[in-house]
Ligand binder design. Structure first.
Ligand code: F6R
Length: 244
């Protein structure tokens, strides 16, 4: 595991975008796993800049997003499909048919999850998976639990996650309580994983995770300690306890 501490959010974002750019240059048909939330927004901005100013070419890149709220249509402005279009896809030359976000409207989400995983496999697997981390240690929407499901599946969100995500909604009761998420097995199959964390509300969880003493399903991100190629990029605030 490689651990990088950058001065601030901007530098963390630039570093992640730099790693993605180098990977696309090496493999123009990169299979990229993407996340939503606040953490990767700066990385997406930097990738857009690289596309516009340096001609970084996304025309052969394929993407798979980690998750989607269950019950929201792609047109819903709170959906993760909408977020991805708005924050990244519409600003770069990626082909719409090469972008995948789980479909929040499917009738059989667990069956659909298996199809989603198969699609990833048929593309040759994810080359780089971008991850944020919940302050409770979740990755994608794999919440702390006694057991963690391996494949893409329907899951309930914890109160902590609903509360954390309510900042994007008019009120907390509008936050969906279920989501379709890649499972730990799907995530762990990615060839390389880049986890980003920034700000004070991630300090505690990053301190806990980077003690690196044990893996636990109660801290889903700790399973990443078993992955052969993980790069963690943090800003100084998130790294405060790690450095102590
Ligand atoms: C988003 C996702 C979540 C977020 C996590 C952190 O697709 O899968 O696990 O990465 O909740 O969210 P932010 O970045 O908003 O702090």
């Amino acid at each position: 595991m490689e651990i990088l501490v950058e001065k601030d959010y901007k530098n963390m974002s630039k570093k992640a975008a730099f790693l993605i750019r180098e990977a696309i240059k090496e493999k123009p048909d990169l299979i990229l796993g993407l996340a939503t939330g606040s953490t990767p927004i700066g990385t997406y901005e930097e990738l857009i800049r690289m596309h516009k100013e340096e001609g970084l070419d996304f025309s052969k890149v394929t993407t798979f997003n980690l998750d989607e709220y269950y019950g929201l249509s792609p047109e819903d402005s709170q959906s993760y499909r909408y977020f991805m279009e708005d924050t990244l896809f519409k600003h770069i030359n990626i082909k719409k048919e090469n972008t995948h976000v789980p479909d929040g409207l499917v009738k059989e989400p667990n069956e659909y999850g298996k199809i989603y995983d198969k699609m990833i496999e048929e593309q040759g697997g994810i080359d780089i998976q971008i991850l944020g981390i919940g302050r409770n240690g979740h990755i994608a929407f794999n919440e702390p639990d006694d057991e963690l499901i391996l494949s893409t599946h329907l899951t309930g969100l914890t109160e902590d996650t609903i509360e954390a995500n309510s900042r994007f909604f008019d009120s907390i009761d509008k936050v969906p309580t279920t989501a379709i998420t890649m499972g730990l097995g799907t995530i762990m199959k990615a060839k390389k994983i880049i986890l980003m964390a920034n700000g004070k509300n991630k300090t505690e969880i990053m301190g806990e995770l980077l003690k690196g003493e044990k893996v636990s399903t109660k801290l889903p991100a700790s399973l990443l300690l078993l992955h052969p190629d993980v790069t963690i990029i943090m800003d100084e605030e998130a790294a405060e306890l790690y450095k102590k």
